[in-house]
Design a protein around this ligand. Structure first.
Ligand SMILES: NC(=O)c1ccc[n+]([C@@H]2O[C@H](COP(=O)([O-])OP(=O)(O)OC[C@H]3O[C@@H](n4cnc5c(N)ncnc54)[C@H](OP(=O)(O)O)[C@@H]3O)[C@@H](O)[C@H]2O)c1
Length: 261
């Protein structure tokens, strides 16, 4: 049976892939979970599904690229479950190509979605979400192994995720005296709808099949396979827990050995 005595959690991008798995994991651990994504229908359906599993969940449509939307999101989360104790900045997108051909719009959207959003949501949660005053605080940013090494044909994505890792390390040091921890989780290849889109993109760029791309990617991973969203979510659950209190300002890989740093 689920208890709801734990601090509430806000998860961005909670309707798919890693964010959905993290919502389920934190819900099962007893955190009331407020989630968002841009697609309102998917938010409603996800909330309904997770409630059907006995979890305490609510949500709202929000676009983490928009300051106004972020303000409304944090207000709605506090309205639903009180002060936010756990923030998971997960919403993100892929994006890249031959750098000389990258359009302004693509570059700015990847940086807005993956990096500027992390600043906007975190700032709002610290100012209005009750996290900075909370007895218990956890900020968990879903970065990537691409935030530690360059990804071929992924300059905007890699730049955005390196930015998330840098933000995490700096904020972790800043908030350490308050006991609020700030960490990045760095997945490698994780089987999600985004991963499928990434394989499609490389198949087009290399004029080959998605199966061939998948083989090439799997050959780079020491464990020989993609990680699962649940494996990433398990680390999110641990970082949100009491015993993780001394882990802060870190960027931790969940990648089957792909990243070795
Ligand atoms: N899958 C991987 O291999 C992998 C590896 C390393 C890191 N990551 C990172 O893990 C995170 C989750 O990835 P995933 O693979 O689970 O992706 P996914 O399956 O595509 O899910 C992305 C989620 O983010 C939401 N989202 C996207 N843009 C948004 C926006 N502007 N505002 C609010 N919500 C937004 C999406 O819903 P809407 O479209 O409805 O908004 C969806 O709920 C991302 O930060 C990604 O970079 C993934």
């Amino acid at each position: 049976m689920t208890t709801t005595t734990k601090p509430s959690a806000l998860i961005t991008g909670g309707t798919s892939g890693i964010g959905l798995a993290a919502a389920r994991e934190l819900g099962r651990l007893g955190h009331p979970v407020f989630l968002c994504a841009r697609d309102e229908q998917k938010v409603k359906q996800t909330v309904e599904d997770l409630r059907g599993e006995g979890l305490t969940v609510d949500g709202a449509a929000a676009d983490v690229r928009s300051r106004e939307s972020v303000t409304a999101l944090v207000a709605a989360a506090v309205e639903a479950f009180g002060p936010i104790g756990v923030l998971v900045n997960n919403a993100g997108r892929s994006g890249g190509g031959v750098t000389a051909d990258i359009a302004d719009d693509l570059w700015y959207d990847v940086i807005d979605t993956n990096l500027n959003s992390v600043f906007l949501v975190t700032r709002e949660v610290l100012k209005k979400g009750g996290l900075s005053d909370a007895a218990y605080g956890r900020i968990i940013n879903i970065a990537s192994t691409a935030g530690k090494q360059g990804v071929l044909l992924g300059a905007p994505y890699s730049a955005s995720k390196h930015g998330v890792v840098g933000f995490t390390k700096a904020l972790g040091r800043e908030l350490a005296p308050s006991g609020v921890t700030v960490n990045a989780v760095c997945p490698g290849y994780v089987e999600t709808p985004m991963a499928q889109r990434v394989r499609q993109g490389y198949a087009a760029a290399w004029d080959t099949t998605e199966d061939y791309v998948q083989e090439q990617f799997e050959a780079k991973i020491p464990l020989g396979r993609y990680s699962t969203p649940e494996e990433v979510a398990a680390l999110v659950g641990y970082l949100a827990s009491g015993p993780a209190a001394s882990i802060t300002a870190q960027a931790l890989n969940v990648c089957g050995g792909l990243g070795n740093f």
